[in-house]
Design a protein around this ligand. Structure first.
Ligand SMILES: [Zn+2]
Length: 802
């Protein structure tokens, strides 16, 4: 029970710090509250391979080939279609032969997954685009005197792009690698065909040479008995169950491969465990569940902030009564910790709607059970309604169909770690602050009342569902970071768990709650590797990359949120193939870069790709070590403004790797010089202005610099309707040139559209004018905040019988 003692000690440390008024919580080391400590494979040591893109017989191909055996790679080929398994087999054969690999399709490389992703709902998307255009125009009219037709044109262009993206489905052909008849763990080559797009990716990892370094001597049962004894001993654990279901796999291990029983055990939740088939030793052990807990500080969205009414489906009434339940979809259970028993029901009033938005169910006295008029039923409707709503939206955006889900609320020990937790198994702790009167940071409120916690846990379900389509590996930090992103994007807030942890006043960086997606969440700074707490902390890199992309897209159009949500759902289906999951800095980096590699092809014909790349660059994640990324501070410029826009440029990684560890000293990859080009037209023919080669690139979020358009250039360009922009970067010796038109060193194998900003206002004639001229064209317009949901409500439409 060592971990409990440690947690107690930390709680008291936190209290002491709180008393001292210190903000140093992030400095506290915290042990993983998983009952079983994770076991990671050692770093692989593999020989170098020398492949060149020119070896490949594909036209218009970009990307990166492996530089050593088993290294993750991705190439992208435009103008291609792979429609059937036989086409996919031919492409993989051609690929391997061109690299002179001895591996053969159907023998060493076998088709394992052949799936096509779900489709977005066209009617829903159309309506959202229409509303988004309208909202953007309204916003611009408040900001500028005259909104020009060029703004209208740009919005139409972006709307058409989004429409096209929404039509996209992805066909996935995943080929697993085998040695004799044994599958090699987490080793596959996938072909992803983006239907309607003629844009194919070929990615994953493979080993040309496979030599096992142990023997298959133990049966699954024999191996499991030995492994369980080891796990019990090392974790001082009594409660441990084996499933006795498993398969033998070949696990890439150090410089060899080990025959391994891959099975599951369970204690506080399920864990996947890889057991040496010769010795019974645990070689790798990873949790299959995620939990979220807090102790930190927060700030305080009012628990009584505006509620909203949501509609959702429940079963038809039985015996004149509606219950919060939709058979085959969502079942609610109430653990009753606050003394409230049973699942909420309402009488059928004959209207055809089950109205749960009635007293006393909708009473909002929910903070502490000791309050007069405390209402324990609200949490049930809150959890049920929010999950129903999010489930429906994700499926409209094109997620797979969710399996039936059971959700429990009002728990006193939801994840096995006490009352102040919530779990990806959809168990929501009621929190020690709600059942008691504590004001301590370590005591949380009811997790089922905070919509961001509900969205985070359900987000884990979405992540698993979508990564599962292509069989990719989702690392712990990616899973947490994306779950935070889903929490934030659903509620249009950059804070996760604010109400849950509102005993304390500020976001923390330690991995506890509340967490904020913010500009300091940069790789490798937020990356500590290792245990569960660290995965929450390192996950903030993902949350910030996604949130920052979303902000940029929303500056360009009010349907930016819709676009990033939809494309992330699609991108997850092809993500994670062959991605290492060992908690190392490299794994954290690679899993983030991998998601970007899946998103970029979806934006390859959209100008919003620059918002995507800039968002990830702000989090220190790039497609290639040297790059050229540019962003403008506002997509809509005001001709009446005296000053021109400001650009931010990123030039690549400000870190390297030594094995799986990150290095931030010595020579760093990022380019040190940049040159910006501007013009009034897409072809850079009208008023084409080229800056000098500029320096001043500093390590910040990657190599970063800013550039303010000189006033003389602004005066020339603002006479036009639009400004188009691009950047070229190079190293100190003038080599390694990179262009924003070919991001990631031509990763996509095709040029992307350049950046564009629309100019508004009627020019100098309408302005006499210093009084009305703003000093800058470019206040970053953020999305107006929607009312944060405190929660909710409940009207129910009767389920139609099918
Ligand atoms: Zn989580």
């Amino acid at each position: 029970m060592k971990y409990i003692a440690n947690l107690k000690m930390i709680a008291s440390l936190l209290m002491m710090l709180a008393i001292a008024g210190s903000a140093a919580f992030a400095q506290q080391a915290v042990e993983s509250p998983y009952k079983i400590k994770q076991v990671y494979v050692p770093e692989e040591k593999r020989p170098a391979v020398e492949y060149r893109m020119e070896q490949l017989p594909f036209k218009n191909a970009g990307g990166q080939l492996p530089t050593h055996e088993g290294e993750n790679f991705q190439i992208n080929i435009s103008g291609q279609n792979v429609k059937a398994p036989d086409d996919a087999k031919r492409m993989v054969s051609t690929f391997l032969e061109s690299l002179k690999s001895p591996l053969r399709v159907d023998k060493d490389i076998r088709l394992g997954i052949n799936a096509t992703t779900a489709k977005s709902d066209a009617t829903y998307i159309d309506e959202q685009i229409r509303l988004g255009k309208q909202t953007t125009m309204e916003r611009l009219k408040k900001e500028m005197k005259d909104v020009s037709t060029s703004s209208d044109n740009m919005l139409n262009e972006l709307g058409n792009e989004l429409k096209q993206q929404s039509n996209l489905t992805i066909s996935i052909f995943r080929f697993d690698q085998y040695f004799e008849d044994i599958i090699i763990d987490n080793t596959a080559i996938s072909i992803n065909n983006r239907n309607q797009n003629e844009f194919v990716s070929l990615l994953g990892k493979f080993y040309n040479t496979v030599k096992p370094t142990n023997r298959k001597a133990l049966s699954l049962k024999e191996a499991t008995v030995k492994a369980m004894a080891q796990i019990r001993k090392e974790n001082k654990l009594e409660e441990l169950k084996a499933t006795n279901k498993g398969e033998i796999v070949l696990l890439p291990y150090a410089d060899g491969f080990k025959f391994t029983w891959k099975t599951e055990v369970s204690s506080d939740g399920p864990y996947q465990v890889w057991i040496d088939a010769e010795t019974g030793k645990v070689l790798q052990l990873l949790p299959l569940f995620f939990f979220d807990r807090a102790k930190g500080l927060v700030f305080n969205p009012d628990p009584n902030s505006p509620t909203r009414e949501l509609t959702f489906e429940v079963d038809a009434p039985a015996g004149g009564v509606y219950t919060l339940r939709l058979t085959g979809v969502l079942t609610l259970t109430n653990d009753g910790t606050d003394g409230t028993a049973g699942v909420v029901t309402v009488a059928d009033d004959g209207s055809g709607t089950a109205n749960f938005n009635v007293a006393p169910i909708n009473g909002t006295t929910i903070e502490r059970t000791s309050q007069a008029g405390y209402n324990g039923q609200f949490q049930q409707v809150n959890a049920f309604a929010n999950i129903s709503f999010e489930r429906q939206i994700y499926m409209l955006l094109g997620s797979e169909v969710f399996p039936a889900l059971t959700v429990s609320v009002n728990d006193n020990n939801p994840c096995g770690f006490g009352i102040n937790n919530a779990c990806s198994s959809m168990a929501f702790g009621i929190g020690g602050a709600t059942t008691g009167n504590s004001v301590a940071c370590s005591q949380l409120f009811n997790s089922a009342i905070d919509g961001t916690v509900i969205a985070h846990e359900f987000g884990h379900g979405l992540n698993g569902l979508q990564y599962g389509v292509g069989g990719g590996t989702i690392t712990g930090s990616m899973n947490e970071g994306l779950a935070d992103f889903w929490a934030c994007t659903n509620f249009n807030t950059d804070i996760f768990g604010g109400w849950w942890a509102h005993n304390c006043p500020a976001p923390v960086q330690s991995g506890f709650v509340p967490r904020q997606a913010e500009a300091t969440d940069i790789f490798p700074d937020r990356n500590s590797g290792g245990g569960s707490n660290q995965i929450h902390s390192a996950g903030q890199i993902t949350a910030w990359a996604q949130w920052s992309s979303r902000q940029g897209m929303n500056d360009a159009t009010s349907f930016g949120t819709l676009g990033i949500n939809m494309n992330t759902i699609k991108a997850m289906t092809t993500a994670g193939v062959g991605i290492l999951n060992d908690g190392s800095s490299k794994a954290i980096h690679d899993s983030n870069q991998d998601l970007l590699k899946q998103l970029a092809p979806l934006y390859q014909s959209s100008r919003l790709i620059h918002k995507l790349l800039a968002g990830y660059a702000r989090a220190g994640i790039f497609l290639s070590p040297k790059d050229a990324i540019i962003d403008i501070d506002h997509s809509y410029l005001n001709r009446a403004s005296a000053a021109g826009p400001v650009f931010t440029v990123w030039t690549g990684d400000d870190y390297t790797f030594a094995g799986n560890n990150v290095v931030t000293s010595g020579a760093l990859p990022f380019n040190t010089q940049f040159q910006i080009e501007l013009a009034n037209d897409e072809a850079f023919a009208v008023n084409h202005i080229t800056s000098a080669w500029l320096g001043g690139v500093a390590s910040a979020a990657g190599g970063t610099a800013t550039y303010t358009m000189p006033v003389a250039d602004w005066n020339t360009l603002k006479a036009g309707t639009d400004i188009y922009y691009r950047v070229t970067t190079r190293d100190g010796a003038g080599g390694n040139s990179r262009s924003s038109v070919q991001p990631g060193n031509n990763f996509l194998g095709v040029d992307v559209p350049v950046g564009r900003a629309a100019i508004n206002g009627t020019g100098t004639k309408d302005c006499s004018c210093s009084a009305s001229a703003s000093t800058s064209s470019s206040t970053m317009a953020l999305v107006p905040l929607l009312p944060l949901v405190g929660l909710i409500v409940y009207r129910r439409r009767k389920t139609k019988k099918v």
